[in-house]
Design a protein around this ligand. Structure first.
Ligand SMILES: [Zn+2]
Length: 459
């Protein structure tokens, strides 16, 4: 089974290496901004010409938006635009042009309706202050050194890792992995290198292929399983969140930048902002770690995992819930389960977002009209069942798998499944384009495209 995976490691760069990476990231930005300005100028020119009634075939020729086209234009312009171009790897310019080509393609696709999901805006210029510095290498000498504590990248040379790359190195040595690209970027105040790797994975089967588990992703806890097991949030997460909030308040007391008045940020503000950024990264890391442990275990053990398809975008509008939901990482848990069940030979079923998993009685199937978020216990008026709210939801999700199997409906593809006026009782499977790569790995193509998204039978 061929998959594409990301391996991400923290780096310990020397000041000289840090300067080199910044130079490459800056070069990526220069190429991106130059090409974007060109694209815009040509578009504006053509619009103007059209308004004067110039015939379509006489208009200024439009610029190719493909990476190859942008690269060709840049290579002609670079001796003038960037006389220093020889000092950095050509991959640096490629990084910027590739980002622009993707941005333009997404914008065009979104505008013409070819691309599902949120509307995508026109690419914007990258500023030095606000852009995450990053550079991506796709060719040349990219390797992990035998000591597994260093990597070699073109131009940047030998970089020290902060942690051992043994997991990747083992696969490379066994010949079951091939590095496709390496991206160096700074996030959370740290430098990381992220390898996009084509991996040949052994076929596996879940430990209990016929086992079904319903997972209710929680707010108070990471998740509650239909088995009755309660998975707590990762240790230290609460402490890390408290520290993050305190740092946020400290930051707000200092003089920040103000674009209207031209006020520059104070040194204290900048230091506090860096501290806050690191705290954010720590919270994100802890959370991701907890989710990975949970999803790995679920996918290895159970043949079928059932989760809810929560409308995260809609719920984030509710501000009180917003942080908790973002924290619990609903979307992330689904994304991880999607590819991990596929790797393990299991399957993931996603319940319709309108399926009343919380309001349905897992004992008798009665659906309550209302259930306040504050009600932690589910008490059924019909059969007298009293059960923990989340456990009840998890049981209902697990029961859906049986219904899905007996319904005998094969997967029905289609984006139309997103519409809100869905017929009740419909069973369908929808496929969505991959979401943005989570986990800040940057270059990883979306995974889990083949998840079964069950629009389960509503009661
Ligand atoms: Zn009941």
């Amino acid at each position: 089974m061929k998959t594409i995976q990301a391996y991400r490691f923290a780096l310990d760069l020397t000041p000289g290496q840090e300067r080199d990476v910044f130079a490459h990231a800056g070069a990526a930005r220069v190429a991106h901004n130059w090409a974007l300005a060109r694209v815009k100028a040509v578009m504006d020119q053509r619009t103007a010409e059209r308004s004067y009634g110039v015939a379509e075939q006489l208009l200024t020729p439009s610029l190719s938006w493909s990476l190859a086209g942008l690269r060709k234009a840049w290579n002609q312009a670079k001796p003038d635009m960037a006389p220093w171009w020889g000092e950095v790897s050509k991959e640096a310019f490629n990084t910027g042009l590739d980002a622009l080509a993707r941005g333009l393609k997404n914008w065009a696709g979104s505008r013409s309706g070819k691309r599902a999901g949120r509307p995508v805006g026109f690419p914007r210029f990258k500023s030095r202050r606000r852009t995450t510095p990053s550079v991506r290498f796709t060719t040349g000498a990219i390797r992990v050194e035998p000591d597994r504590m260093h990597v070699v990248l073109p131009r940047l040379g030998r970089l020290k890792l902060h942690e051992s790359a043994r997991k990747l190195a083992r696969r490379l040595e066994a010949g079951t992995a091939r590095i496709m690209s390496a991206t160096v970027r700074r996030d959370g105040g740290r430098w990381h290198v992220s390898f996009t790797v084509g991996v040949e994975r052994a076929e596996r089967a879940p430990a209990r292929p016929s086992s079904v588990v319903g997972v209710d992703v929680g707010i108070l806890h990471l998740a509650v399983l239909s088995t009755g097991e309660l998975i707590d949030n990762p240790r230290h997460l609460v402490a890390a969140q408290q520290r993050m909030r305190a740092l946020g308040r400290a930051l707000s007391r200092k003089t920040g930048p103000d674009r209207r008045t031209g006020q520059r940020a104070s040194k204290r503000w900048e230091r506090a902002a860096a501290r806050l950024g690191r705290a954010h990264a720590r919270v994100a890391n802890l959370r991701r770690d907890g989710l990975h442990k949970l999803t790995t275990r679920l996918a290895a053990e159970h043949g079928t995992v059932v989760v809810e398809d929560l409308n995260v975008t809609g719920m984030l509008a509710n501000r009180r819930l917003a942080r908790h939901i973002a924290d619990a990482g609903f979307a992330e848990i689904r994304r991880q389960l999607a590819y991990k069940t596929a790797w393990n030979g299991g399957r993931l079923l996603v319940a319709d977002r309108w399926y009343p998993s919380s309001k349905t009685c897992s004992g008798c199937g009665t659906v309550k009209a209302k259930l306040a978020l504050s009600e932690r216990e589910y008490a059924c008026e019909a059969c007298g069942l009293i059960i923990d709210r989340d456990r009840n939801a998890a049981l209902n999700l697990a029961a859906l798998a049986a219904e899905f199997d007996t319904a005998g409906s094969g997967p029905v593809a289609g984006r139309g499944a997103d519409q809100k006026t869905r017929i009740r009782g419909q069973v369908a499977v929808k496929r969505q384009p991959g979401t943005a790569p989570a986990g800040q790995t940057g270059t990883v193509p979306p995974q889990g495209r083949t998840t079964n998204r069950v629009l389960a039978k509503a009661h």
